[in-house]
Every structure is written in C-alpha cells, then in structure tokens.
Design a binder for this molecule. Structure first.
Ligand SMILES: [Zn+2]
Length: 442
C-alpha cells in the first residue's frame, strides 16, 4: 500500500475540510503563552503539543556546553508593569506578552520618564504595533509598547516592576519520532521560543504537530523526527547531543512562517541540489501557483545549524512570506488574524505531497530492456484510447521504461521528461503490474 493511499485510508478524518480551522484553533490555544528559549512558557507550549502527539521532552541543564555555545540560565516571568503616580498600570505584561523584552532581568524601581525612556522600545513607522524584542545574552530589561502609547506619556514618577527570574535551570526541547519501516529519517524542525507571534512561530508548530498526527496513522517508509526547539540554541543543543542520529537524516525541513496568505517560498539546502530541494522545486513548479525559491544563505532559522559545514545536512526551509519580508514580522500585528485557516491547511497538504514524493522516489529496473516491450499486447498502449490524457500516460510509460536502468529515480525521470511525478508514479505502477519493471530499493 502506498504512502498516499494509506493516509487517505486511515487518516481521512484528520484531513477533513475543517483542517484549516482546527490548525487555526491550535494556534489560538498557544497564542496566550509567553514562550522563550527556556522556562515554563516554553514547557507549557510543549505540553500542549504533547497532548496531541507522543512527545519526548528533554531538559538540558544550564551551563551545558553545546559546541561553541553554553546553555543559558533559565528565564521565568510572572508579572511586569509600569505604573503611573495615580496607580494606573500604563504598560501591563498581562495584556500582551510582547510588552516585556524577553529575558528581562528583575526590576523594582521608581523612575522619571527620562530615566525610563532608554528602556522603552517602539516602532515609529508602525505607531499602533508593539515590537518583539529579546535580550538573551546581555543582562538588561525593557518594555515594548506602541509609539502612540509612548507619545502620550507625561512627565511623572513611574513605578517599574518586572517580576522575573534568571537562574540556573534547564533548556527544554521536545521530539516526536514516528517510526517508519526504515531507520532512515526525515527531520522536521520548528522553533517554539517566540511568545504570542502567530506566523513566526506558532504556524510552524501547528502544522508540524498536525503533520505528526497524520503520519502517525500511516506506515511510512521513512521514520519522521519532529523537533520542537528554541531557535538557534535548541538546534545547536540537539545536534551536539545527537551526532549519532545525524547520519540517518536523509531529508530535512525547517518550517516557519507558514500561515500567512503569501505564496510559498522555499529555501534550498546548502548543498542546493538535494532530493528534498528537487522535490520542492518539482512540486512547486507543477502547482500552477506563484512561488519563490531562494538559494541557501547562512541567515534565517535553524537550517543555519543543520547546514553548517560540519553537518551540511540536506535540510531546506519552507516559508510563505519570508521572515523579515512582511511588515507584521516580530510585531504584535503577527496576530491571530494574520494567519489564515486556508494557508495553514494548504501548507500541511503541500508538505504531505512532498513527503509522498520522497516516500515513492525509488529506482526501478526495466525487465525487458532490449528494445521497447510491446505495450499493446499487455493492454497498456491506447489503454485510454480517445481520452485527452492517454498520450501523456503512454509517454510516461515510455520514459519510465527507457530510464529505468537502475540508475534513475522516478524524480530523475519526472524531471527529464517534464512530466508530473504522479504521472510517472502511475506509469510505474502500471508497468510493474504488467511485469515489465521491478523495484530496486536504494
Ligand atoms: Zn522570529
């Protein structure tokens, strides 16, 4: 049974028409949680994911060396506000997680407006949006607010409270392994460290969680390893603890910013021509929809670590609108209305299409390689006489027979013939059934 039909047979309820709404509802569920690269907010995000898929949670102690990095102290926050002399909270962490600079150290002080201002961050060009700011590796504190709020602040004595802690603890990450027939793996990685930002990063978490749910009901050829990790330090920590797993990774994908209505944008692996790169390029081109393909660059998400020269893994990255290229990026406008059920669902379907291609991209051997076999006597030629696609199907059989010399995968044949992978796959099945091809697992 093929991967595709297994999904359809066993998990059709998971892919039902309200998939987009269910993905969006999961984004909404995670939205209020104040995540970070460590701490209880991140743990709560992972706990919610773990209610849907089998997760293994890992805790890496503060101070642990991970290649050139050291796992930082754990940050937790309970409350934060700026209060004016009348006792009114004019900036309140409880109304938006973004109001506090992530990793702010504790503060309890009374400050004038002038003293407070160096700790306030706004977006002058977007006066109604709150920026997202972090300070993981420099001990400081800050508040983020709208430019309009800042402009309205009078001279006053302000009480500034950040009830946070920065202490030895651990860094948390989670993995979900869907066991396939083979130990060879497909890695899907997404960061879980941003608070209350929907496209970057809740969309990736939601799509990855649902992908794991769908795949768990199939019997895939590959094993699928999903990583839910804090950005940068999470992938570095995972790689440093899993060098024995790395050789099993045959394909990989970093998922981020996959819920906005923009076209798909695929960033190639550092190698630039790996099977997953080619699978994305083939299916994006065949989709008939607008799309972008970018070459690898050492700037972006965790593909930077997976594709560092010491690993050089075949890991690409899928986004819709690229990070930094939409004005809502890293602001309060990356909210629940910025990501749509349709975009979330179509990202999930597209990822499944890519996985299905990879699952089925085998190499076959023509059992009748001396001249063309006579297709007519096997009922293969003009099988669909009169139908408009009969020509394509016959062409697909001829290409598949000709290139199935043991050296060409089905994707090689699809690329060479300019025919859709699915057409080549169908031709392969027809020819296999007629005894003209045998499969060779690579
Ligand atoms: Zn980000």
């Amino acid at each position: 049974m093929t991967f595709g039909s297994t999904i359809a047979a066993t998990n059709s309820d998971l892919l039902s028409p309200d998939l987009g709404n269910r993905l969006h509802a999961f984004v909404s569920e995670l939205y209020p949680i104040c995540s970070s690269i460590t701490g209880n907010g991140l743990r709560e995000i992972l706990r919610r994911i773990g209610q849907r898929i089998p997760l293994q949670i890992h805790e890496v102690p503060t101070g642990t060396q991970a290649f050139d990095w050291i796992v930082p102290r754990e940050w937790n926050i309970r409350d934060a506000y700026v209060q004016n002399s009348r006792g009114e909270k004019i900036i309140d962490f409880k109304s938006s997680n973004l109001h506090v600079m992530n990793y702010s150290v504790p503060v309890n002080a009374k400050l004038s407006l002038e003293e407070l201002k160096p700790h306030l961050y706004t977006l002058p060009d977007r006066p109604d949006w709150i920026p997202y700011r972090t300070s993981y590796y420099r001990e400081t504190w800050g508040f983020c607010l709208t430019q309009r709020q800042l402009d309205s602040l009078p001279e006053d004595e302000y009480e500034v409270v950040i009830d946070s802690s920065l202490e030895d603890g651990s860094l948390t990450y989670a993995e979900c392994l869907i066991q396939g027939k083979s130990r060879e793996e497909i890695l899907i990685s997404c960061h879980a460290c941003h608070p209350s930002l929907c496209n970057d990063n809740l969309s990736g978490l939601a799509v990855a969680t649902f992908l794991a749910q769908v795949l768990a009901g199939t019997e895939p050829r590959f094993s699928y390893r999903f990583l839910f990790i804090p950005g940068t330090i999470g992938s570095i920590s995972w790689l440093s603890r899993n060098e024995n797993v790395v050789p099993r990774i045959k394909h990989g994908l970093v998922l981020a910013c996959v819920g906005d209505p923009g076209a798909f944008s695929y960033k190639k692996s550092r190698r630039g021509n790996t099977e997953i790169d080619r699978a994305f390029l083939h299916l994006l081109a065949a989709s008939g929809n607008p799309y972008n393909v970018r070459d690898f660059s050492p700037y972006g998400y965790d593909e930077r670590q997976y594709c560092s020269p010491g690993f050089n893994l075949p890991v690409g990255s899928l986004n819709r609108t690229q990070h930094g290229k939409f004005p809502e990026y890293h602001t309060s406008a990356d909210n629940l209305s910025f990501v749509t059920p349709e975009s979330l669902a179509s990202t999930l379907h597209f990822c499944l299409e890519v996985f299905r291609l990879l699952e089925n991209n085998l190499t076959y051997l023509n059992l009748n390689p001396k001249c063309e076999p006579q297709l007519g006597k096997r009922g293969l030629y003009r099988l669909m006489g009169g139908l408009p696609d009969a020509g394509t199907r016959e062409l697909a059989m001829l290409w598949t027979l000709n290139l199935s010399d043991g050296n060409h995968s089905l994707l090689d044949i699809a690329e060479r013939s300019s025919l859709h992978f699915d057409v080549i796959l169908q031709a392969t099945r027809d020819l296999e059934q007629a005894g003209l091809l045998s499969s060779q697992t690579r």
